[in-house]
Design a protein around this ligand. Structure first.
Ligand SMILES: [Zn+2]
Length: 419
């Protein structure tokens, strides 16, 4: 950035002392067959000179789609280094010995006299892009449809215009990311934001994308109105439209019903049983691995570096632990089905009778819990199936609607060309 900035300043023959402020808007977007990241740099002056701006490209990846993993494996580290330097160093703009404008970061060059240098304590940095890009940059990839990136509102509240939610701060986002630590997302936060040194309020709402979305909706609704009220629409299309509205209402109802069931005594019971089975399966799986490694070591005749009996004893304590811990932090959408089979652990002669009995009871408890949850699972399935079916129906109807619309647009085009 410094080399381009000095070139632009030089070509305008400005004096460093007249520079008032440098603002940068950074952004990334995918278009065509590449992801591009760059900035618009704008320079303001304090002597009435008109501000000017220029664009610069920072990097480009040729790819069909962009996702956080791809960007993180290619450009993010390099970008972070550069952006952090710009965010956290002073920017010096000065005339060198040959009276040419130069720019540098950090300490003031010692040989330069005060009247020939302007030191900017900071370069203003803003970030732009679409919601998907913001979500990636903030460690909440693919959550943009579910959670607002600025405030703590989630999707189900988006349509309630009278709702107000607390705003996120970057510090809080980082704290939640720390708590998540690669585990299950919390409030849509999956991991650390890429650039915590850019304040969250400098993430600019992507007006263009919002307007495109709103504009499309408006245009579609207007065309629908014209077609329904002014043109005599094909009956099929009117029916499809009504079906979509009905399905949308049904989905809201079915979701509420499912959530109500999940929150009911039966739903809670199922959740607790599932947690209990999952916990026991994990314990048995881990114990199985330990038993196997003990046996392998014994068979190969090598002295195991670990005291095998001690390992098994440690495990007894492990099996004893309270399984309820596993239940916290699971949400209604955790639809991880339980796999059918229970892990079997070979009973090893070196195990204590106590441990043997515990393995057996671990199995039995898990099996009993599975039997008990079977009926509850059926009840839950009624709700989730209804929701799935309605969603599929809605998708079909929307597909059909798109078909109607594109036929109509083509007709419009054809008729305007012929006239
Ligand atoms: Zn919001």
């Amino acid at each position: 950035m410094t080399s381009q900035l000095s070139r632009h300043l030089q070509s305008r023959q400005v004096h460093p002392s007249t520079v008032k402020r440098v603002t940068t808007v950074w952004g990334g977007d995918h278009g065509g067959d590449a992801f591009q990241f760059g900035a618009t740099v704008k320079v303001h002056f304090n002597d009435g000179t008109e501000p000017f701006e220029f664009e610069m490209s920072a990097c480009e990846i040729v790819c069909r789609t962009d996702c956080a993993e791809l960007l993180e494996k290619t450009i993010v580290d390099g970008l972070t280094l550069g952006l952090e330097k710009i965010a956290e160093s002073k920017l010096n703009i000065f005339l060198d010995e040959e009276k040419k404008i130069q720019c540098s970061y950090g300490e003031k060059p010692v040989t330069i006299q005060d009247e020939n240098i302007k030191i900017l304590n900071k370069v203003f940095m803003y970030l732009t892009g679409d919601l998907a890009f913001f979500a990636m940059a903030l460690g909440r990839e693919s959550m943009s449809g579910h959670w607002c990136f600025l405030c703590k509102m989630c999707r189900s509240l988006f349509s309630k215009l009278d709702q107000h939610a607390e705003m996120w701060t970057m510090a809080e986002l980082l704290k939640v990311a720390d708590e998540v630590n690669g585990g299950k997302a919390k409030f849509g936060v999956k991991k650390k934001a890429w650039w915590p040194f850019i304040p969250l309020e400098n993430y600019m709402i992507p007006l263009l994308h919002v307007l495109i979305g709103l504009g499309n909706d408006l245009l579609d609704s207007f065309l629908d109105w014209v077609n329904e009220e002014l043109e005599c629409l094909d009956n099929q299309e009117i029916l499809t439209k009504r079906a979509i509205r009905t399905a949308e209402h049904k989905i809201i109802d079915a979701t509420a019903e499912r959530d109500a069931w999940l929150g009911s005594a039966a739903g809670k019971k199922l959740k607790s049983l599932e947690g209990m089975v999952r916990y026991r399966k994990n314990k048995l799986r881990e114990l199985g691995a330990i038993v196997k490694s003990v046996q392998d070591a014994r068979q190969s005749g090598i002295d195991s570096p670990l005291d095998t009996n001690e390992m098994l004893q440690d495990f007894e304590h492990f099996v004893d632990c309270d399984f309820d811990d596993d239940l916290n932090g699971m949400s209604a959408d955790d639809e991880e089905p339980m796999d059918g089979s229970l892990f079997t652990v070979e009973i090893d002669p070196s195990m204590s009778d106590d441990l043997k009995a515990k393995i057996v009871s671990c199995h039995e408890e898990a099996k009993a819990a599975e039997r008990e949850s079977a009926a509850l699972l059926e009840a839950k399935k009624i709700h989730t199936d209804r929701l799935k079916k309605t969603r599929a129906f809605l998708a079909d109807m929307k597909g059909a609607m798109k078909g109607f619309r594109s036929v109509r647009k083509n007709q419009l085009k054809a008729s305007s060309q012929s006239s």
